[in-house]
Each structure stands twice: as structure tokens, then as C-alpha cells.
Design a protein around this ligand. Sequence first.
Ligand code: NAD
Length: 311
Amino acid sequence: MTEIIGFIGLGNMGMPMLDQLLKSEKKVSVHDISEDSLAKASELGAVVAGSVSDVAKAANIVITMLPASSHVRSVYFGNSGLIESAQLGTLLIDSSTIDVDTSREIGVAAAKAGHEMIDAPVTGGVMAARVGKLNFIVGGEKTSFERAKPVLNIMGQNLLYAGPQGSGIGVKICNNMSLGISMIAAAETLMLAKRLGLDLKRTYEIISSASGQNWALNNYCPLPGFIDGVPSNSGYKPGFSAEMMRKDLRLSQNAALSVDACTPLSAHALSIYSHFCDSGDSQTDYSGISKLIGGDAWDYPFNPEPVGTSD
Ligand code: NAD
């Protein structure tokens, strides 16, 4: 079968993912609510569709890369949404980071309507998306995973099968809970070193190869000048916004509540990112949390957000 690809959601992640597909000679039909994004996608060589249903009519594999559960719900379940308008047998791939229940609900509705559905959230961020080196964590039927592989391989370097539909997003939420905490740990570490008057470059070299290393410190350093191409080098332009990290920590806290899991560090991390977002930095890259931690305003009251807050 000739697979024709549709892509909905052309933001920080979706646009470079689309670019990879186009560079490998795929014909891609796209939609976004942002006219600017559509214009940019058209310049890259995509076919701009007027609506979600126009994408669904043109494609038999549709990828969605949307901000949060509410956007994903409206694209899949809205009037003339994907569930209603996709051609029979379409493979729907949701790469957005959303809650497990919404993902499973879409999976059930897709199967009922005669489609295939996998959740395939990503890790790696914008830099990995630009060079086709994302990691996809996939939940769904193995046959659907096999069908998706040639397309996912263009955008990713690792395709990691997690289990039944909804498992990919479950693993991703656990991953980002760890990432949110690790970024704060990296920022606190470097800021303490700075205030102690240590040679920061030497401190970074030692810790990033010692037992205090973590992915955020080694690959996405929250202070400028240590790693090429990271948001801290360009005024914390995202990248991955603090608002997105707040969303993901809310997802993990809500998931923890639903299964009675104890996640106190994640609760504290959520409080810190929330304070940062509410102070006007919601669209700053999440590594910009070092500005809050390094600043003199490090006296905010720790008020854990009540769990059950929607994303
Ligand atoms: P973004 O906000 O930059 O882009 C989202 C795009 O979706 C925007 O272009 C927006 O206009 C579009 N959109 C919103 N509602 C729409 C609708 N109803 N119909 C069509 N288009 C719509 O977000 P992003 O940073 O690209 O992230 C997308 C997803 O990927 C999120 O779930 C995020 O958590 C996840 N993610 C992001 C990163 C990262 O580094 N940015 C890394 C891993 C995962």
C-alpha cells in the first residue's frame, strides 16, 4: 500500500519533524490553526490542507503533534475530527504528550471506527527533531507498530516498543517527571558552585563526568556556554517551554494520584515550574528555571499544587 502522510500540529516539534519527512521525499498534507506555521510548512514543500478532515481525506497515515490533551481531543473527537473523517484503515499516530486516559479513549474510538491507532510520544526535544534523531516510545498493536516504523524511522533514531496502546504515553510521563526534577537539580548544582566562587567551567567538566551527572546537565545545560545549540545559549528561547514542563508534571502528579503513588520531589518540582510560569516565564525554555534558582528572588513559598489540576 502506498502510504500518504498527514501531519497536524506544526509547532516547535512538528515543524522539524515535517521537515525530515519532506527531505526524505515524502508527500505530506498538513494542518495547523496558525497561519504562520502553514506558510512555513508550504515553503518547506508540504501540501497545506484547509482542515483536519481535508488531511484525513488525503492521507492514510496521520501524525498529530499537539500541545495538550484538550487540543488532541478536539482534533480527534471534534466535528469532522480524525475519528469521524479518516478513511477506513487509516493509521493514526499521536506523538503529543497527553494523559493516559485520553490516549486510551482515542485508541478505543479509533478501533471502533475501523482505524489503527498508536501512541508514539517522543523524547529528545527540538534539537533531536531537527536532525531526525528523536526517540519514539510506542504503545499499540505490534502490527500497527510495524506499519508505522518506516515513517517513524525518518524522524527518529530509536523506536522503543512499550506495550499495549497507552503504554507509550505512560512511559513518557514517567520519563518527563524525572527530567523536570533533573533540570532543577542541574540548575541548583551550578548555581551553588557559582555562589561558592568555584571555577564554573571546571566544575561543569568534573560533575558532567562524575556521579552527579544527569541528562539535563550533560545534554541540555541550563547555563549558557557549556554546550552548543541549547536554549540557554540563546536567551532561553524554547525548545521546550516551561509551560510544557508544567503540563507534563501535572500529568505525572495526576497519574500518581490515580494509582496512589508517592512522588514528593515531582510535587515540589511542579510548584517551582508553576511559580516560574506564573511570574511571566511560561514561554521561556524550561532550562530557564536556572534564572529563578540563581536569582535573588529565591524566597517563594512552597505551595504544592493540588493534584487533579487539568493540563
Ligand atoms: P507547540 O505549542 O510549539 O506546537 C503545537 C502546534 O499545534 C502549534 O503550531 C499550534 O498552532 C498547533 N495546534 C494547536 N491546536 C491545534 C488544533 N486544534 N489544530 C491544529 N493545530 C493545532 O508545541 P511543541 O513544543 O511542538 O510540543 C508538541 C507536543 O510535543 C507537546 O505535547 C509536547 O509536550 C511534546 N513534546 C515537546 C518537546 C519539545 O522539546 N518541545 C519534546 C518532547 C515532547
